[in-house]
Design a protein around this ligand. Structure first.
Ligand code: 9UX
Length: 72
């Protein structure tokens, strides 16, 4: 089954930020779903088994200039 994770994402200031993260992360192979909430500064991820892994997704978001960390 897909693995679900919740993230706290910092540095989003407008809807273009959240949609950019959704577009970039959503285009990563092995990402089944991504939803980013600008207002709450959070994101939900569903990753395929054998996919990029949470760390790779976090690094990708950080590469866009945001902060990201998993919420347990
Ligand atoms: Mo909006 Mo976000 O003008 O990096 S795109 S603040």
């Amino acid at each position: 089954p897909a693995e679900s994770s919740r993230l706290v994402i910092g540095g989003m200031h407008c809807a273009s930020c959240s949609s950019r993260i959704e577009k970039v992360v959503g285009s990563m192979e092995g990402v089944r779903a991504v939803r980013v909430n600008l207002a709450s500064g959070t994101g939900e991820l569903e990753l395929e088994p054998g996919g990029p892994g949470l760390d790779a997704v976090i690094r990708r978001i950080e590469g866009l200039g945001f902060t990201a960390s998993e919420v347990q």
